[in-house]
Design a protein around this ligand. Structure first.
Ligand SMILES: [Zn+2]
Length: 358
C-alpha cells in the first residue's frame, strides 16, 4: 500500500490517481452530480464532471531544513532542500529537483538550483560546486587553484568535473552541494578555522567510513580540531523504511564492532498473506522459507557514530531525523525518495559553505 501511495505521489498526487480511475478522495462525488454546500445538485447539461483538470494541487511552500543553532555563525550558509518550491513538473507540479536527472528538463533544474541558493541567502553571489558521485569513500579537497569560483569545476552545461562523494574547502563563496534521494547528506563545519565539508553517505559510503575518514582529512589539511567541529546528519531514508539484504549486514559486521546496534529485524504482518495463506504456499524445503524478518539498517545512527569516533562532541551533532521515504507535510511527501518512488525520483541537496557576502 505504501509503495503504491508513494508512486501515486510521484505522478502528481493520490487525489489525481484516484480521480483518474474514477474514485474521489476526500470529496464526495457521483457520476450524476456533485455535492455542494452539503446539498446534492444535478449536473447541468454540458457541464463536465469535476475531475483532474478542475482541481489544481496547491503547491507546498519552499523551505530549507537547517540545523538549529547554526544561524549564529553569520559567515556560514547551509541547508537541506525538500521537494517543494521548484519549477519541475515530471516529479509532480512544483518539484524542486536539483539533480540533472535524465527525465527532467535542464532549464528547470538550473532554475531550481538558482532558487535553492537564493533560499540559502547566498543572493546568488556564491558558486555551487557539486561532484559526480559514485558511492565511494573518495573525498576531494577544493583548493583555490582549482578555480571553483571561476567555474572550472563544472562543464559548460553545469555538470560536475570531479568524481567523489565528499568535498571540503575553506574558500569563501564556494558552496559545496551533495545530491541525495535517500542517501545520507552529512555536513561538517570547523567554526574556528572556517572550513566546511559535505559528504554523501549511502550504505556503501558509510561502509567505506567516508565521514570518519573525511574528518581525518580535515585535520591533516586544515589542522581542524574535533572540539571545533559541528555536524548535521540530514534528511535521509530512516530505519523505518530501509530494509536491506543479509549481505549488507554481513559487510557492516565485518567493519564495525557496533554493527548490531545499526540493524533491527522487522517481522511484517501482511494482511493479504494472512487472509489468503494458500496463495503464498511455496514448495520450499523446511528451513528455506522466504518468510522471515526484514533487516532494517539505521544509516543516521551509523553516521552519527562515525562523527563520535572522529572525536566530535555529541552535543554538537544534530540528526535531523526525518525519513526521506515517509515524512509528509499536509499529507504530501516532503522529500524525494529513490526507494519510495521506485527509482523515479528527483534529487535533493545538502549544501554548506562560507559565504562571500559577509
Ligand atoms: Zn520512513
Amino acid at each position: 500500500m505504501k509503495n503504491w501511495l508513494e508512486s501515486a505521489e510521484a505522478i502528481g498526487g493520490v487525489d489525481e490517481l484516484l480521480a483518474s480511475v474514477g474514485l474521489g478522495h476526500g470529496r464526495r462525488k457521483t457520476l450524476a452530480g456533485t455535492w455542494k454546500d452539503g446539498e446534492r445538485r444535478k449536473r447541468e447539461p454540458g457541464e463536465k464532471a469535476r475531475g483532474v483538470a478542475a482541481r489544481r494541487v496547491v503547491a507546498t511552500a519552499a523551505s530549507v531544513v537547517r540545523a538549529p543553532g547554526w544561524e549564529k555563525y553569520g559567515w556560514l550558509r547551509h541547508g537541506f532542500s525538500t521537494r517543494f518550491g521548484g519549477v519541475s513538473k515530471i516529479y509532480g507540479e512544483g518539484a524542486l529537483n536539483l539533480g540533472w536527472t535524465k527525465e527532467d528538463n535542464v532549464g528547470k533544474v538550473a532554475e531550481n538550483r538558482r532558487r535553492f541558493l537564493q533560499l540559502l541567502d547566498t543572493q546568488n553571489l556564491d558558486k555551487l560546486i557539486t561532484i559526480s558521485q559514485f558511492h565511494s569513500g573518495l573525498v576531494r579537497v577544493i583548493e583555490a587553484e582549482d578555480g571553483a569560483r571561476e567555474g572550472r569545476l563544472e562543464t559548460a552545461n553545469g555538470r560536475a568535473v570531479l568524481r567523489g562523494d565528499g568535498m571540503m574547502t575553506d574558500i569563501p563563496g564556494v558552496m559545496l552541494g551533495v545530491q541525495v534521494a535517500d542517501c545520507v547528506p552529512v555536513l561538517v563545519v570547523d567554526v574556528r578555522r572556517r572550513v566546511v565539508a559535505a559528504f554523501h553517505a549511502g550504505w556503501r559510503g558509510t561502509l567505506a567510513r567516508i565521514v570518519e575518514r573525511g574528518i581525518g582529512r580535515m585535520r591533516l589539511r586544515y589542522g581542524s580540531r574535533p572540539e571545533d567541529l559541528l555536524a548535521v546528519v540530514g534528511p535521509a531514508i530512516g530505519a523505518c523504511c530501509y530494509s536491506v539484504g543479509e549481505e549488507v549486514r554481513f559487510e557492516f559486521e565485518s567493519q564495525f564492532a557496533y554493527a548490531p546496534e545499526l540493524f533491527s529485524e522487522v517481522y511484517d504482518s501482511d494482511p493479504v498473506r494472512n487472509k489468503y495463506p494458500l496463495l503464498f504456499l511455496t514448495a520450499r524445503a523446511p528451513g528455506h522459507s522466504n518468510i522471515g524478518p526484514q533487516i532494517h539498517l539505521d544509516l543516521w545512527q551509523a553516521n552519527r557514530l562515525q562523527l563520535l569516533d572522529a572525536g566530535l562532541n555529541a552535543k554538537r551533532i544534530t540528526v535531523i531525523g526525518e525519513c526521506s521515504a515517509c515524512t509528509r507535510v499536509d499529507g504530501r511527501l516532503k522529500y524525494f525518495s529513490h526507494r519510495g518512488e521506485s527509482g523515479f525520483a528527483g534529487r535533493m541537496m545538502g549544501v554548506v559553505g562560507v559565504t562571500s557576502t559577509e
